[in-house]
Design a protein around this ligand. Structure first.
Ligand SMILES: [Zn+2]
Length: 178
């Protein structure tokens, strides 16, 4: 177990342990699984060594669950073919005036098989390699099930580096009076 990899020395030690047959678990704080690859490279690990040592990446983020007792409907948005009611937090006795009742996990698992490892050779040209799209699918499911605040949803999308156009369309929709 390596608590966190954030410098060259730790990165190289973890990679060395991995390629000599040890199972290494660690964390790297990045915005996407793609950046794990790039960050290791920035820390001086040769790409072929990253490919040899990296078995998988699990992305995790937490998001707040909105309180069902007091959430306020603020409009509707299109998610794929669904028209989804969207909500904003308010605050009541049940949620201690916070508007939320705990958090839930948004997670995606990338197993780096031979094919995916091979594709990382084009990681600079192709932004879809090790992207956050799976995380966004989970996020959209939470919005469809009316479990999260719409502004938390937008903030999450913004943090996921999605294309500007898609985000702008969603925000404009949100601003339209319902
Ligand atoms: Zn409440």
């Amino acid at each position: 177990m390596v608590g966190e990899i954030r410098d060259e020395e730790t990165a190289k030690m973890a990679v060395r342990a991995s390629i000599t047959g040890h199972k290494v678990y660690s964390t790297i704080h990045t915005k996407s699984p793609r950046e794990v690859f790039l960050r290791l490279e920035e820390m001086g690990v040769e790409p072929y060594l990253i490919r040899a040592s990296l078995g998988g990446i699990i992305s995790q983020r937490l998001i707040r669950i909105i309180c069902n007792e007091c959430k306020r409907k603020i409009g509707e948005v299109n998610i794929g073919s669904n028209i989804v009611p969207i909500f904003q937090k308010t605050g009541c006795k049940a949620c201690n005036r916070t508007g939320f009742v705990g958090r839930t996990l948004i997670s995606a698992v990338h197993y780096l098989d031979k094919e995916l490892k091979e594709s990382t050779k084009n990681i600079y040209e192709d932004e879809n390699i090790l992207s956050n799209s799976e995380m966004v699918v989970v996020l959209k499911k939470l919005l469809i099930s009316e479990s999260i605040d719409y502004y938390d949803y937008l903030q999450f999308i913004e943090g996921e580096d999605l294309n500007e156009g898609e985000l702008q369309r969603t925000i404009n929709y949100c601003r339209k009076p319902s």
